[in-house]
Design a protein around this ligand. Structure first.
Ligand code: ADP
Ligand code: TRP
Length: 334
């Protein structure tokens, strides 16, 4: 689906990802670098300042997310990897896009609408606490995408509308000048990827506080695994694996023979909850050991990461300058 295509993904720096983010989004996104014709991943730091004003918190989150992507196997030779704020052409493109973006698009954007609904529900003025960065978020995101002649943006459901807005803005510009100045992007929403359940059985999510952190030390990881919800059946009582949350999580990361072993052990009363939790903990540690090691390495040698990002920004600017020149020429004539 992405072979021969120009693929771009932006990530907001929102702290260390959990196992669900990692297996559900980060790892598959990084792997696209192997097949895409042009693969870009960037850290959307100027988007993040809309919500985060504490510089230490933000700085750390940027650092962590950069190291996480490298730990996930991002290869800077295959993937152009940069911080958004290091590519100033994007912001000039955003200014031009603004002139072609109907204000109504912004009024309808989900993130803004959700913020308004929250205010109204709390009986506050509708735009209370909403800054223009949040309001015009889809324009900057369109610039992120259109600056790189992106064909495909891999997205979660919540981002589909933003890609459609980018597509419409590009279409509007092409229509005004009667030729293809900007590539109209499409998206892929991968619904084959399993949703990883959290320790309370709901979807693993930061907002539910039910996550298994994978870039924390073993103690924190162990605590999360041992907090996974179970009933109080004793070891010898046969258990239906499909009703055991530990097993549900195990299925998403362990090899098939191990999964079968756990299922059999639960069914025939050989395995209790303590056993299966230890098996899960071992599987997570085994599956993520390499990543955690690389992550810790880069956190301790961040200057190397800075060099990778700087090189990525140079490559990105090479492409961005060309798109900007094309766009400027179309709208200003020079
Ligand atoms: P959270 O719900 O923790 O706030 P986000 O909404 O920021 O996570 O999701 C970031 C990415 O991780 C998205 O692409 C999303 O699809 C993926 N993701 C989040 N939680 C899970 C999960 N439990 N299983 C699989 N993928 C997930
Ligand atoms: N809006 C995306 C999110 O909240 C992050 C993002 C910013 C992005 N610019 C992008 C994603 C461009 C894809 C393409 O997750």
């Amino acid at each position: 689906m992405i072979e021969g295509k120009k693929v771009l993904t932006g990530v907001k720096p929102t702290g260390k990802p959990h196992l669900g983010n990692y297996l559900g989004a980060i790892k598959p996104a990084v792997e696209m670098g192997n097949t895409a014709k042009q693969h870009i991943m960037f850290i959307a730091d100027y988007h993040a300042i809309n919500a985060e004003k504490n510089v230490e918190v933000l700085h750390r989150a940027i650092k962590e997310i950069a190291c996480v992507y490298l730990a996930a196997g991002l290869d800077p030779k295959k993937t152009i990897f940069y911080r958004q704020s290091d590519v100033p052409e994007i912001f000039e493109v955003a200014t031009i896009l603004s002139a072609f973006t109907p204000k109504g698009f912004m009024n309808k954007a989900h993130a803004y609408k959700a913020a308004v609904d929250k205010n109204l529900a709390a009986q506050k003025p509708q735009d209370d606490g909403i800054n223009m960065g949040l309001y015009t978020y889809p324009i900057l995101m369109a610039a992120d995408i259109l600056t790189f002649d992106t064909d495909i943006v891999p997205v979660g459901k919540d981002q589909v509308q933003h890609v459609e807005i980018a597509r419409d803005i590009a279409g509007a510009i092409n229509a005004v000048y009667g030729k293809e100045i900007l590539v109209q992007p499409g998206y892929v929403a991968d619904d084959k990827i399993a949703v990883i359940p959290g320790i309370d059985g709901r979807k693993m999510s930061k907002s539910y506080g039910n996550v298994i952190p994978m870039f924390e030390d073993d103690k924190v990881l162990k605590k999360a695994v041992f907090s996974i919800k179970t009933d109080s059946k004793p070891i010898e009582e046969p258990k239906n694996p499909d009703e055991v949350l530990v097993y549900e999580i195990y299925k998403t990361i362990a090899p098939a023979d191990k999964v079968q072993e756990m299922a059999d052990g639960l069914r025939n009363g050989k395995l209790g909850y303590g056993h299966v939790k230890n098996m899960l903990l071992d599987a997570i540690i085994e599956k993520t050991a390499k990543e955690r090691e690389v992550y810790n390495y880069y956190m301790a040698h961040f200057d190397e990461v800075q060099d990778i990002l700087a090189e990525g920004a140079q490559k990105a600017r090479g492409i961005a300058k060309q798109t900007l020149a094309r766009l400027k020429n179309a709208v200003l004539g020079f």
